[in-house]
Design a protein around this ligand. Structure first.
Ligand SMILES: NC(=O)c1ccc[n+]([C@@H]2O[C@H](COP(=O)([O-])OP(=O)(O)OC[C@H]3O[C@@H](n4cnc5c(N)ncnc54)[C@H](O)[C@@H]3O)[C@@H](O)[C@H]2O)c1
Length: 304
């Protein structure tokens, strides 16, 4: 079976590519390397360096004829989406429409779309998919628009889809630039003897889901969850201070953090209810935060 992974050189995408390769799929990665790194990819995986908005993408799809498309390429920086909403819209909406065009032109059967829970539901705990999204950033709005375009064209053109809305994903290969990768930021700070900053005085609550669990939700969605929008998180509330304590214990490096007030627009709390993914995909998180952090630390110690 042939699969396309857009954004496959990035954090989640590359972890997915490693798993798909182990499972013997024929893979084509499409990535413009704006935030990805080809070194993230396993050997002998084909990558086309291309922007998802490029018109040539349609021909790439026609040549490769994918059965399934994992669409992860996106502009993911919330803060930059506020500074340059047009660019964020262009990549996340026009780029997604271009992927849909490629699918239609090549007869692809299914798209699995990486969306976001945190940026859609606002300040809430245990959010379910029934909540009407109220994005508070251009990033949230553009990711939600991407969901709608996929649903609309699925209706008209008949391809299948599953939309996965992730909580805060962490794990090996995550970039420490940008605000999303708090685990990566903490680990790199500790490795380099730098003082980490805990915004919101460390009280902000998040739902940390390990990247391998996110990968397994993607793989399960190849045959299940058609027409579904599913939250992928643990539902467990962890404050940033608790996370930092745990990271210090796992790394064995202790540095007194700097506490600062929350940055404007940051959510106080965000956790997801993933009962529906359990029911529709047979998915549940296999990694406790401690186990996931230990694996992540092993990777960071060896690679960063
Ligand atoms: N990391 C999280 O916690 C999280 C949470 C919710 C949703 N998501 C979603 O998961 C997906 C992957 O996120 P990630 O954390 O791995 O980010 P990432 O930045 O590591 O990966 C995104 C990849 O897309 C590529 N890319 C960006 N713009 C592109 C373009 N115009 N054309 C081609 N390639 C392009 C980048 O080079 C990068 O390799 C995104 O769609 C994101 O919205 C991530």
């Amino acid at each position: 079976m042939r699969v396309v992974v857009t954004g496959g050189a990035g954090f989640i995408g590359s972890n997915l590519v490693h798993e798909l390769k182990n499972r013997g799929f024929e893979i084509l990665v499409i990535d413009n390397l704006s935030n990805g790194n080809p070194e993230n990819l396993p050997e002998n995986v084909e990558m086309v360096k291309m922007d998802i908005r490029d018109r040539g993408l349609i021909d790439v799809f026609k040549d490769f004829k994918p059965h399934v498309v994992f669409h992860l390429a996106a502009h993911i920086d919330v803060r930059k989406s506020l500074e340059n909403p047009v660019y964020d819209f262009d990549v996340n909406v026009n780029g997604t429409i271009n992927i849909i065009k490629g699918m239609i032109a090549s007869g692809a059967e299914k798209i699995i779309y990486s969306s976001t829970g945190g940026a859609l539901y606002g300040d809430r705990t245990g959010s379910t998919e029934e909540i009407i999204p109220e994005p508070i950033s251009p990033y949230g709005a553009s990711k939600l628009a991407g969901e709608f375009y996929i649903k609309i064209f699925s209706l008209w053109k008949g391809f299948r889809y599953t939309i996965l809305r992730y909580a805060n994903v962490y794990g090996p290969r995550q970039s420490s630039s940008g605000e999303a990768g708090v685990v990566a930021i903490f680990m790199e700070n500790l490795l380099n003897g730098r003082v980490p900053v805990l915004y919101g005085y460390g009280k902000m609550i998040r739902d940390y889901v390990y990247v391998r669990d996110v990968v397994s939700a993607n793989v399960l969605s190849m045959d299940r969850g058609d027409g579904e929008t599913l939250n992928i998180g643990t539902g467990i509330e962890t404050s940033v201070s608790e996370l930092y304590e745990l990271v210090q214990r796992i790394t064995g490096i202790y540095i007194q953090p700097e506490l600062k007030e929350a940055r404007p627009g940051e959510l106080k709390v965000s956790t997801l209810n993933s009962d529906r993914a359990r029911e529709k995909l047979g998915w549940q998180p296999e990694y406790s935060l401690e186990k996931g952090l230990k694996e992540t630390w092993e990777w960071f110690r060896e690679n960063r």
